[in-house]
Design a protein around this ligand. Structure first.
Ligand code: SF4
Length: 445
């Protein structure tokens, strides 16, 4: 069980030396109890206290790493149930399946497709993380051959899925150095699977029909020295999976129940591609460490990546672009000049629509602390002074020979003030960015 702040305090040096950056040992102890501090920050803690506090100061959900190198996937180590309480730290790994029963050309084609899922959204590259090789053939040599092919031809981290210990052993001969997730152990095979995971230094997934049985298995597996565990939740019923995910997260965070203090892998392939993506999106929000999907089309993967990107941003820090003048296309001295705020979502929405218009333009992203147009206006972060200052620092007068500024329709109310302050003619643009292509092609001209 987790120790309270006072219990932790009793084990600290109690010198209030401030070397940990806190004013007192008690303050440090309280933060340690809330998992907001690391025991290593106190250089004077005794060995005895370290061993007693080690368990108490460990994260409630273990950090598990799959793979190695640049594309290794880190999951777990979350501290909160609700994103707005702090933030979620380690984004859900998104995995796409590939079966070992595919013929050679279909296998190669699917592998290539999975490798290439990469999109750019709000200025950030988003991509999938894992490829999940499934033992569908029941043939150890085939699974092993395909595991080798995947290892040699992907930059992604790998999940090897088979219940057969012999099959898993054969596959690991060629790709253990990639540190794949061994998926997985159950009540029948857990002992040899755990030995395999220990010998190869790979993480291991654990599945059982109930949470009680999963908890029982994780304790047994930890007993043989394997700590990097991933719990498996699967059902054809979305409600059951969500309930399982929520119970596991609550048990780990609220009760500090170590046997369930691990990230969770879910998969819910039921043949309906739309439903599969909708379910996986729900699992990303609550609280999957990995979602495995069969979906293999960009229209299916893109929504998942978008959901994950939104869930794993810090809700207290709006995603921002650098406030500056951006060029879309090849603008010249006759090109339109628009402004918007430096909130990423707003900026990239505007940029996308301007690009779609095929009218080369300048877009001035005004510093509003990463807030949207109306939010910035209502908080007085967007006014005529802010706009004039941004125009001056971008030296926009030297880039175009006209003096016309297109402002967002939502702040039409600012037009007279901006005009007076800048001596530029203000043109009120559309209220929605989606109106920009038509506006630039017709009204601007
Ligand atoms: Fe106390 Fe250790 Fe922090 Fe010093 S560094 S104030 S001894 S907790």
């Amino acid at each position: 069980m987790a120790l309270t702040g006072l219990e932790i305090y009793k084990l600290l040096p109690k010198t209030n030396c401030k070397k940990c950056g806190r004013a007192t040992c008690l303050a440090f102890a309280m933060q340690l109890a809330q998992k907001k501090a690391d025991l290593k920050e106190c250089p004077d803690v005794s060995e005895e206290a370290k061993s007693k506090l080690g368990e108490a100061s460990a994260p409630p959900i273990k950090l598990v790493t799959i793979g190695n190198g640049d594309k290794q996937v880190k999951i777990g180590e979350e501290n909160v149930l609700f994103r707005h309480d702090e933030k979620f730290y380690n984004p859900t790994g998104i995995a796409v399946t590939i079966g070992d029963d595919l013929d050679d050309s279909a296998f190669k084609e699917r592998l290539g497709k999975i490798n290439n899922f990469k999109f750019t959204r709000v200025g950030t590259d988003i991509e999938i993380d894992l490829i999940a090789l499934q033992d569908k053939s029941g043939d150890a040599s085939k699974f092993s051959e395909k595991a080798k092919e995947v290892c040699n031809n992907t930059h992604l981290s790998i999940i090897l899925e088979s219940k057969s210990v012999d099959t898993m052993k054969a596959a690991l001969e060629s790709c253990a150095d990639k540190r794949p997730l061994i998926h997985g152990a159950n009540s029948e095979n857990w002992e040899p699977m755990a030995q395999l995971a220990k010998e190869k230094g790979c993480p291991l997934s654990v599945s059982a029909p109930s949470l009680e049985e999963i908890a029982d298995l994780t304790e047994k597996i930890k007993g043989v020295g394997v700590e990097n565990l991933v719990l498996h939740q699967s059902s054809s019923n979305i409600k059951e999976v969500l309930q399982g995910l929520t119970k596991i997260r609550r048990a780990a965070l609220r009760k500090a129940f170590r046997p369930l203090g691990f990230p969770v892998l879910t998969n819910m392939a039921n043949g309906d591609p739309g439903r599969e993506i909708a379910s996986a999106s729900a699992f990303i929000a609550k609280y999957a460490g990995i979602v495995v999907v069969n979906a293999c089309e960009p229209w299916q993967i893109m929504p998942l990546l978008t959901v994950r990107q939104n869930i794993y941003t810090d809700p207290q820090k709006p995603v921002q672009v650098q406030p500056k003048l951006y060029e879309v296309g090849q603008p010249n001295e006759d090109s339109p000049v628009l402004f918007t705020t430096n909130f990423s979502l707003t900026y990239y929405t505007v940029e996308g629509e301007v690009e779609a218009s095929r009218v080369s333009s300048y877009i001035l992203a005004v510093e509003t602390g990463g807030t949207s147009v109306l939010t910035a206006y209502s908080g007085d972060k967007l006014n005529e002074d802010v706009v004039a200052k941004a125009m001056a620092s971008a030296q926009i007068e030297q880039k175009v020979k006209h003096k016309k500024l297109i402002i967002p329709g939502l702040v039409a109310v600012l037009s007279a003030k901006i005009q007076e302050k800048t001596n530029w003619e203000v043109l009120v643009g559309p209220k929605e960015a989606s109106g920009l292509p038509t506006y630039l092609k017709t009204t601007w001209r």
